[in-house]
Structure formats: structure tokens, C-alpha cells
Design a binder for this molecule. Structure first.
Ligand code: NAP
Length: 237
């Protein structure tokens, strides 16, 4: 069993997930990149290892039951532990707006997160400092959108907003269920960030976009649980 803190970041072959893995790795954590395309995950992990990061890869499509089922054994056998789970894998369908688009979006952004989290919860609860970070979005902050509908901008995606609001509900409920234990569960809004999902017009670079999740993944023992943050500032649900 490794003495180091071990983190799984889902959807970590590119974008925010890869940068979260890089920043956690630079802090000395062992990072495991979840990637549904193993070759892309292996290439990303190899790049991190060149930066002296202890990086590994696990084949993980969060919607694939077999991939999810093998996760606990993977972490027990390879590291004897799991301390941090960053539920980062996510999709946004800009154009489709129908019930099938809702189903596809919820499959990854909600059910995928729930499946991975519940599979790994016993290991995370066995950790002396378990941390779960759900990569949400301000587009799932219903209070923010109600107060300032302009925040939607050109991103009026009902399925995405509903999925991130549901994800936030999971954060609150799981934090409540585990309150009083060492585990902390929080939602992160990375900002509008230049990635394949965020697009080129986004004002933030990934290096800054990753900071909120990294902060929540490394919270001290007296840190918050069941809250929603962007760069250290609390967001309303
Ligand atoms: P991205 O560049 O499109 O990367 C998304 C990652 O998720 C990719 O690695 C992708 O894998 C993976 N993924 C998608 N479906 C998956 C599945 N079923 N199983 C496993 N992996 C899957 O997006 P990003 O901007 O980095 O977004 C990361 C997270 O931040 C998402 O949850 C997103 O909603 C959230 N977020 C982003 C922004 C922004 O402005 N960028 C703003 C708010 C919130 P493939 O490479 O195989 O497709």
C-alpha cells in the first residue's frame, strides 16, 4: 500500500481533467487518469510522467457498468487506497434539445457520477481525508440563473443546466449523509474555460479553470462540505 494520497480524476485525458491531474500531481499526489479511450489516457499519463508526476491510467467510461465495477479492485490491488475522487467527465450538447439529449446528458453528468462515486465510496470513506469534487457549472446554479438570467448568455442548454443542478443535489445529499465523517463532498464551478467543451471564446485558461477543483480536492480537515465554490468564493445553489 502506498503512503501517498491517491486521486482519481475522471475524463482526464484532456481539458480540465488533465490539468486538475497535473496540478494535483505537482502537489505530490499519485494521480490516476480515468479515460474512456485507453490510448488517449496512456498518452496523457506519459506526458505527466515527463513532468515528474506519478501518473497512471485506468480505462473508464463512466457510463460503462463493467468499467465502473472494476474500479474498487483496481485501487485496492494497485495502491491499497483511494483518497480523492474528482468527478470531472462531462458532456454538453449545444444544439440538441429534446428528451434524447436529456437522457444522454444525464447518463454522463449525473448517473455516471453517481455510479463511480458509489462504487468507490467505501474506499473514500476508509481514507483519513477522503475528498469528492463534482465538476459542476454556474449553469447549474438555479439561484444565480434566476437572479441574473443574462448569465445564460448564448449557453441556453436545458439538459446541461438540469444535469448540473441534479449533480449539485447529489453533492448536498451525499455531504449530508456523510457529515461528521472525514469525507468532504463539494461542487466546483471552474469558470468559463478554453477547452473543447468551453470553446475558444472562453476567457479563462485551463491552468486557472482547474484551480477550484484542486482546492476542493486538497481541503484541510476543517474545510467545508456540501458547498459550491468558484475560486474560493461560495456560489448559491
Ligand atoms: P472537455 O475538454 O470536453 O473534456 C471532457 C472530458 O470528459 C474528456 O476527457 C472526455 O473524454 C470525458 N468524457 C465525456 N464523456 C465521458 C464518459 N462517458 N466517460 C468518461 N469520460 C467522458 O471538457 P472540459 O471543459 O474539460 O469539462 C470538464 C468538466 O468541467 C465537465 O464536467 C464540464 O461540464 C465542466 N465545466 C466546464 C466548463 C468550461 O467552460 N470548460 C465550465 C463549467 C463546467 P473524450 O476525450 O473521450 O471525449
Amino acid at each position: 500500500m502506498t503512503q501517498k494520497t491517491v486521486a482519481l480524476i475522471t475524463g482526464a485525458n484532456k481539458g480540465l481533467g488533465l490539468e486538475v491531474a497535473r496540478q494535483l500531481g505537482k502537489q505530490g499526489l499519485v494521480v490516476v487518469l480515468g479515460a474512456r479511450d485507453e490510448a488517449k489516457g496512456a498518452a496523457a499519463a506519459a506526458e505527466l510522467r515527463k513532468q515528474n508526476i506519478d501518473a497512471h491510467v485506468v480505462k473508464l467510461d463512466v457510463c460503462n457498468k463493467d468499467d465502473v465495477a472494476q474500479l474498487p479492485a483496481f485501487f485496492k490491488d494497485k495502491f491499497g487506497r483511494l483518497d480523492v475522487l474528482v468527478n470531472n467527465a462531462g458532456v454538453a450538447e449545444w444544439r440538441a434539445d429534446d428528451v434524447d439529449s436529456f437522457r444522454r446528458t444525464f447518463e454522463t453528468n449525473v448517473f455516471g457520477v453517481v455510479a463511480v462515486t458509489y462504487a468507490l465510496l467505501p474506499l473514500l470513506q476508509a481514507s483519513p481525508a477522503g475528498r469528492i469534487v463534482n465538476h459542476s457549472s454556474v449553469l447549474g446554479s438555479l439561484t444565480s440563473l434566476q437572479k441574473k438570467p443574462d448569465m445564460f448568455g448564448s449557453f441556453v442548454m436545458p439538459a446541461y443546466t438540469a444535469s448540473k443542478a441534479a449533480l449539485n443535489g447529489f453533492t448536498v445529499a451525499l455531504a449530508h449523509k456523510t457529515r461528521g465523517t472525514a469525507l468532504k463532498v463539494n461542487s466546483a464551478h471552474p469558470g468559463w474555460v478554453q477547452t473543447d467543451l468551453g470553446g475558444e471564446k472562453a476567457p479563462m485558461k485551463v491552468v486557472d479553470g482547474a484551480k477550484t477543483a484542486v482546492m476542493l480536492a486538497t481541503l484541510p480537515v476543517d474545510g467545508p462540505t456540501g458547498q459550491f465554490f468558484h475560486l474560493g468564493d461560495p456560489l448559491p445553489w
